[in-house]
Design a binder for this molecule. Structure first.
Ligand SMILES: CC(C)(COP(=O)(O)OP(=O)(O)OC[C@H]1O[C@@H](n2cnc3c(N)ncnc32)[C@H](O)[C@@H]1OP(=O)(O)O)[C@@H](O)C(=O)NCCC(=O)NCCS
Length: 387
C-alpha cells in the first residue's frame, strides 16, 4: 500500500514522544541518567525526608515552602475542604455499586460530581486565584472520595474526615476507621510526597492537554486519573506484589523470572521510560521498608537482586532496575493498605502534581494540538455506491 506523507509543516518525533520537550516548566524535572528528580528547586527525596505533605503541596501550588504561619493557614484551609458536599456524598453509594473496577474508576465519576457541585468553571474564564482555589478544593476531597468509594465497595460506611489529623494520617484514618500509628503515618506520608510529581508523565501530560483547551479543573483531573489507571503507568504496585506472591519462595525466583522474560512478559515494578539507573524513589522506599523489616522485605530485596541480574543478562544494555512501584507496593502492604487501594493512594498524591501542572498550563493560552501522519489508502478514493 503506498504511503501518503502529509503536509510539509509537520515535524516527525520519536515514538511515544520520548524525550520531546513540549513546554517550559518551573515545577520540576527528572534527570534519568543521574537518578535524580526535583520539585521546583528542591530534591524531591529530601523534601520527602524532611517535610510534611502539606508543606510540599503548598510548594507546588503556591511556588514556595510555607513559613509557620502559612503552614498553619494552609493546613486549616485544606483540612476544612475534606468534607464532601451533601449531594456528592449522597451519590457515592451508587457510584461505588456501579464501579466494579474499583475506587480509582469511581474517582473519575466522583470528581465530575464534585466539580459540578462546587461550581467549577472553565479555567479559561476564571482568574489564577480561583483556579488555584479549585485545585485545592479538588485535591483536598480526593482522599475522602477514594476512601468512601473503597469502603462502600466493601459494604462498609464511609468514615467522616477529621480536621485535626494531617493529610496522610487522615487518609489512613478514613480508610481503616482507626487512627494510624506514627511510624506507618510517616511512611505513607513519605511515599505520598515522593509521588506528587514526576516530569511529563502520561497523566500529567493528559491533564495539561485538557487544561490547554480551557476546560475546568475537574475535567483535567478526570482525564489524568484515566491515564494513571493503566498498568504501564500507575497500575503496577499491586501487580508487583502479586508477582512476589506468584514467585512464592526464593528457590523459584530464577526460573519464574527467566520464563516470563523469555516469553516476552514485563516484570512489574521494573524498568522506567526515563531512569537508566536506580529510581531514587525506589531507593528511598526500600530504606523505609527495611526500617520495618520482616520476611516480605527480605524476600523483596532478594527478588530485586535476582531480577536485576536476569534482566541485565537477557536484556543487555537496557538498564532495567526497580521503579517506584516495586517498593511502594511493599511499603503500602506493610502499612496495612489493601491492594486495591495502592494505585488510588498514588492518585491521592499525584493530584497535587496534576494541580500544579494545571495551574502552570492555564497561564499559556496556546492549545496543545499535535498532528498524526496519515498512512492509510491514498485519498481521495471515490465513495462506493450504497448497496
Ligand atoms: C515502565 C515501562 C512501561 C517503560 O517502558 P518503555 O520506556 O517503553 O521501555 P521499553 O519498552 O523501551 O523497554 C526497553 C526494553 O526493555 C524491556 N523491558 C522494559 N521493562 C521491562 C520489564 N519490566 N520486564 C522485562 N523487560 C522489560 C522491553 O521489553 C524492551 O525490550 P526490547 O528492547 O527487547 O524490545 C516498562 O519498563 C514496563 O512495562 N515496566 C513494567 C510495568 C511497570 O512497572 N510500570 C510502572 C512504571 S513507574
Amino acid at each position: 500500500m503506498p504511503i501518503n506523507r502529509t503536509a510539509s509543516t509537520s515535524v516527525g518525533v520519536p515514538r511515544g514522544l520520548a524525550g520531546v520537550v513540549v513546554t517550559d516548566t518551573s515545577l520540576g524535572d527528572v534527570r534519568g541518567l543521574e537518578g535524580f528528580y526535583h520539585y521546583r528547586q528542591y530534591s524531591a527525596v529530601e523534601l520527602a525526608q524532611t517535610r510534611g505533605f502539606e508543606d510540599v503541596w503548598h510548594l507546588m501550588v503556591h511556588g514556595e515552602l510555607p513559613d509557620a504561619e502559612q503552614r498553619a493557614a494552609f493546613t486549616a484551609r485544606t483540612a476544612a475542604l475534606r468534607r464532601l458536599p451533601d449531594e456528592v456524598s449522597a451519590t457515592l453509594p451508587a457510584v461505588a455499586a456501579a464501579g466494579r473496577s474499583g475506587p480509582l474508576a469511581g474517582l473519575r465519576t466522583a470528581l465530575s460530581l464534585l466539580g459540578a457541585a462546587k461550581g467549577f468553571r472553565p479555567v479559561y474564564d476564571i482568574d489564577p486565584e480561583q483556579r488555584r482555589a479549585d485545585t485545592i478544593t479538588a485535591s483536598a476531597a480526593v482522599p475522602t472520595l477514594l476512601t468512601a468509594l473503597y469502603r462502600l465497595g466493601q459494604g462498609l460506611d464511609p468514615v467522616e474526615p477529621r480536621e485535626d489529623l494531617s493529610y496522610a494520617a487522615n487518609y489512613l484514618y478514613m480508610l481503616t476507621g482507626s487512627e494510624p500509628d506514627a511510624a506507618r503515618t510517616r511512611a505513607i506520608e513519605q511515599y505520598l510526597i515522593s509521588t506528587i510529581d514526576h516530569g511529563f508523565n502520561a497523566s500529567t501530560f493528559t491533564a495539561r492537554v485538557i487544561t490547554s483547551t480551557g476546560a475546568d479543573v475537574a475535567a483535567a483531573l478526570v482525564g489524568a486519573v484515566g491515564a494513571l489507571s493503566g498498568p504501564l503507568h500507575g497500575g503496577a504496585p499491586s501487580r508487583a506484589l502479586d508477582t512476589l506472591d506468584a514467585i512464592g519462595t526464593p528457590e523459584r525466583i530464577n526460573s519464574w523470572i527467566r520464563e516470563r522474560v523469555l516469553a516476552g512478559d514485563r516484570i512489574m515494578g521494573f524498568g522506567h521510560p526515563v531512569y537508566r539507573t536506580e529510581d531514587p524513589r525506589s531507593r528511598m522506599l526500600r530504606g523505609i521498608a527495611e526500617q520495618f523489616g520482616g520476611p516480605l522485605v527480605d524476600f523483596a530485596v532478594e527478588v530485586e537482586r535476582h531480577v536485576e541480574a536476569i534482566l541485565a543478562e537477557l536484556k543487555p544494555g537496557r538498564e532495567l532496575h526497580t521503579n517506584v512501584e516495586f517498593y511502594a507496593g511493599v511499603v503500602m502492604e506493610l502499612c496495612g493498605l489493601p491492594r486495591e487501594m495502592f494505585t488510588p493512594t498514588f492518585a491521592a498524591a499525584r493530584v497535587v502534581g496534576w494541580s500544579a501542572n494545571i495551574l502552570e498550563q492555564a497561564e499559556d493560552p496556546k492549545i496543545i494540538r499535535p498532528a498524526a501522519r496519515y498512512v492509510g489508502p491514498v485519498p481521495p478514493v471515490a465513495v462506493p455506491l450504497m448497496v
